[in-house]
Design a protein around this ligand. Structure first.
Ligand code: PLP
Length: 361
């Protein structure tokens, strides 16, 4: 028995600190934003190496506001990949903008910069690379394309808290970065949460107004805004958990190394970690052969698994309006057919990994 995820193990390890932080919010009465959220914003900005962090109520809201603040309007085009969680593409549609999907690089699973360049038109207003599974996208090549064409990059870093390229953290490399604190993410709230990070003062100000009804001061609405504020309780919980994030990331990374060693002889494509890149292993997902057979073996031994993601966004029924069809993105479609996510969390032990590998053998 190895669960796919074990959130209880994490909660138990920090339970007294969580209790105290939650009690402080209860006693203080700041249930929306407030001092705990403000403190978390400052600390998370520092963690990412940026000047501003604006807390919101989900990663999806972060993506929505980042695009609005970056000047994406209805009818504009935004480039991203079909190999992502649907939220990335949904957030573009919320604005009435048009998602232009381009295929991934087969080796890394992240957006292929060459294809991004080919997809740019005069209507392109943003590029959204996704740091899928915790591996940063090729931000070096994307930055060159962004500068050459004057198109901002909005990083979808929802799965990649603390991931790096040559010591620079995700969220600090594009014009703006978006994070999710959904409970299962590498840094997870006890509920919903998200963050927008940026070095751009104007963009930060726009996001902070947009999350709170377009207000700068109470009762003065500058634009049409949203109710996208973070809860005080989530800020308090995230402050406690942020203290442990570096340690948890190192544990994920050492679990990934152990998996690599044990899976080496399987002949699968194991998660790529290019030189200079720091992967934070939100998910450990090799491209397998005979996935259905493997799943049966895991099930038989009570071992959890998942598939991220079985259907690429362009083939989801709810996204047929995009007008794509099977065969349009062969690399993404192949990934969807071969990828298998194995148990991965900081508390996972080598003995548990041995059990997973024995079941797959
Ligand atoms: C989780 C996730 C989101 C959405 O975050 P929520 O907090 O669930 O709204 C967006 N993009 C990616 C890649 C994600 O994994």
């Amino acid at each position: 028995m190895v669960p796919f995820l074990d959130l209880q193990a994490q909660t138990i390890s920090i339970r007294p600190k969580l209790n105290a932080a939650i009690a402080e919010v209860l006693d203080g009465g700041s249930f929306i934003l407030g001092p705990a959220v403000k403190r978390f914003e400052g600390r998370f900005a520092e963690f990412c190496g940026v000047r501003h962090a604006i807390a919101v109520n989900s990663g999806t809201s972060a993506l929505h506001l980042a695009q609005l603040a970056a000047g994406v309007n209805a009818g504009d085009e935004v480039i991203t990949t079909p190999s992502t969680f649907v939220a990335t593409v949904a957030s573009i549609l919320y604005i009435g903008a048009r998602p232009i999907l381009v295929d991934i690089d087969q080796e890394t699973g992240n957006i292929d910069p060459n294809r991004v360049e080919d997809a740019i038109t005069e209507r392109t207003k943003a590029i959204i690379p996704v740091h899928l599974h915790g591996l940063p996208a090729n931000m070096t090549d994307l930055a060159t394309i962004s500068e050459k064409n004057g198109i901002p990059i909005i990083e979808d870093a929802a799965q990649a808290h603390g991931a790096e390229i040559n010591g620079k953290r995700v969220g600090s490399m594009g014009n703006v970065g978006c994070f999710s604190f959904y409970p299962g993410k590498n840094l997870g709230a006890c509920g919903e949460g998200g963050m927008v990070v940026t070095n751009d003062d104007k963009l930060a100000k726009r996001v902070s107004q947009l999350r709170d009804w377009g207000q700068e001061k109470k009762h003065f609405c500058h634009t049409l805004g949203f109710n996208y504020r973070m809860d005080g309780f989530q800020g308090a919980v995230l402050n406690v958990k942020l203290d442990h994030l570096e340690d948890w990331t190192e544990k994920r990374r050492s679990n990934a190394s152990y998996y690599r060693e044990k899976l080496r002889h399987f002949g699968w494509r194991l998660p790529s970690e290019p030189k200079g890149f720091k992967h934070v292993y939100h998910v450990f997902a090799p491209d397998t052969n005979n996935r259905d057979v493997l799943i049966e073996r895991l099930k038989a031994r009570g071992i959890g698994y998942n598939i991220h993601y079985p259907i690429p966004v362009h083939l989801q029924e709810g996204y047929s309006q995009l007008g794509y069809r099977a065969g349009d993105f062969p690399h993404s479609e192949f990934k969807a057919s071969a990828t298998l996510s194995l148990p991965m969390y900081p508390e996972l032990t080598n003995e548990q990994i041995d059990q997973v590998v024995a079941a797959l053998e």
